[in-house]
Ligand binder design. Structure first.
Ligand code: HEC
Ligand code: HEC
Length: 231
């Protein structure tokens, strides 16, 4: 072994020692978890639109009202009706990458996929089931539009394109949004998300979580009446 090799060896032992020293402290995430967290907040090179994982799984997946990922890792492997088979957590993440982020499936065991899986596994808590709203009857698109213009437009823009204001809200339709095969592309699912999580901040007298269910459905139908990418 040459000098550099020795130096690396010693560095390795030192780093291992430091990591082991922290083993008891679950609060200290390892570098791969950190990498996963960074990708979750800003999935550079992974997605094909303007969204990040945290655009829908708010607060890095910790917001109880916005598709929380707390404790979900333990539920995998599980059956996926979309894939017609039992899938792993990485497989599930790849579904969001392909359908919600309009990206390319990451290879199994690639560092980025493992980092994202590890990050999600690190989100400990009790999982909460997601219940789409029941959509029956004709949606009122005109009503959806007027509510959109009142409670959403300042952040998401007149053309659903998102705005570069302090909130940096992502696009809701158009080429930079989620695909037609995404989970949120179903009116009931989108409405349930909107009803609990939006507007992000009080807007024109509407508080987060304050929209009536049928209003959230009209807004969801209005959003989904616009064009968006195919899967
Ligand atoms: C456009 C919105 C959107 C984006 C962006 C998105 N997801 Fe999702 N994700 C969803 C929806 C909707 C579900 C289904 C929620 C449910 O049924 O519990 C979901 C489900 C999941 C699940 C399974 C949760 C469970 O309860 O089994 C995981 C894990 C996940 N997403 C991870 C990610 C990761 C990692 C990213 C970024 C690479 C991401 N998602 C990006 C909308 C999104
Ligand atoms: C105060 C600003 C603000 C308002 C008002 C607002 N949003 Fe959002 N919205 C955001 C931000 C910011 C995110 C992404 C969260 C993040 O990145 O942490 C988001 C995310 C979303 C998402 C998931 C990501 C995507 O782009 O598809 C949907 C859907 C959504 N908002 C719909 C709505 C609807 C419908 C309304 C009106 C009822 C609304 N929002 C009002 C700021 C806002």
């Amino acid at each position: 072994m040459n000098g550099a090799g020795w130096a690396l060896g010693i560095l390795g032992i030192t780093l291992a020692g430091i990591c082991m020293g922290h083993q008891g402290a679950a609060a200290t995430p390892g570098p791969l978890v950190q990498r996963g967290r960074v990708l979750f907040m800003r999935p550079r090179g992974i997605g094909g639109n303007a969204l990040a994982c945290t655009s829908c799984h708010l607060e890095g997946g910790r917001d109880p009202d916005a598709l929380p990922l707390l404790g979900v890792a333990a539920q995998y492997p599980r059956y996926s009706s979309r894939a017609h088979r039992t899938i792993s957590l990485s497989n599930r993440i790849n579904q969001c990458i392909v359908y919600s982020l309009k990206g390319r499936r990451l290879p199994d065991h690639s560092v980025n996929l493992e980092a994202l899986s590890l990050y999600v596994s690190h989100l400990e808590g009790v999982p909460t089931a997601f219940h789409p709203l029941r959509t029956t009857g004709q949606p009122n698109l005109a009503m959806g539009r007027s509510w959109y213009e009142r409670a959403c437009v300042s952040c998401h823009g007149m053309n659903g394109q998102g705005e570069a204001n302090a909130f940096h809200a992502p696009p809701l339709w158009g080429s930079q949004s989620f695909t037609r095969a995404a989970g949120l592309a179903h009116p009931g699912a989108l409405a349930a998300f909107i009803q609990k999580a939006m507007p992000l901040a009080p807007e024109e007298g509407v508080n987060p979580g304050g929209l009536r269910e049928h209003t959230a459905i009209d807004i969801a139908e209005y959003i989904l009446a616009h064009s968006r990418p195919k899967a």
